[in-house]
Design a protein around this ligand. Structure first.
Ligand code: SF4
Ligand code: SF4
Length: 160
């Protein structure tokens, strides 16, 4: 597994090639969801997120009203108290955590609310999404944070 600390350097080195590849092979990538999802699952299986935790330290997930309801209930808090203790509204008018690293991230990289975590957290890093080609450019950005995304993009560029 690639150390997340190496990602900014590696992405800087490769991102122009990824973008060029995407522009040249849009059609192929559009039809490659099955391959990309298999690649995603193979990379996730050999990745130890507990030795990384970089997304939970550096990205602020969008938190929906349903997330708030579910998490507050599990913490036996009122929704309004949960909001005032943990959340702020960002420039897109979405709730996000007041501060990162996430207040629910433990020193061992475990998530204290894993079973009820925000939907955005459970879907990250999105490399198994349908119509992945729509997320390709976002993934080029996410690759600086997440070793899984980096390896998926490298895999696509080598094989599609
Ligand atoms: S809620 Fe859990 S999964 Fe989401 S950022 Fe915080 S620690 Fe990570
Ligand atoms: S999803 Fe990516 S950034 Fe988050 S802990 Fe796993 S490997 Fe690290």
């Amino acid at each position: 597994m690639i150390d997340y600390k190496e990602l900014p350097f590696l992405v800087n080195k490769n991102q122009s090639a990824w973008i060029r590849f995407f522009k040249k092979n849009k059609k192929k990538i559009e039809n490659a969801d099955v391959f990309i999802h298999d690649l995603h699952h193979a990379i996730v299986a050999k990745t130890d997120c507990l030795s990384c935790g970089n997304c939970c330290r550096s990205l602020g997930p969008r938190i929906t009203n349903k997330d708030i309801e579910r998490i507050a209930k599990s913490l036996r808090m009122k929704g309004a108290d949960f909001i005032s203790k943990y959340l702020v509204i960002d420039e897109d008018n979405d709730f996000i955590f007041k501060s990162m690293p996430c207040p629910f991230l433990g020193a061992d990289n475990f998530c204290a609310i894993y079973d009820v975590r925000p939907k955005a957290c459970s879907e990250y890093p999105h490399t198994d999404r349908k119509k992945f080609y729509q997320l390709y450019m976002l993934s080029v950005k996410n690759a600086s944070t997440c070793p899984i995304v980096y390896e998926v993009l490298e895999g696509i560029n080598k094989a599609v």
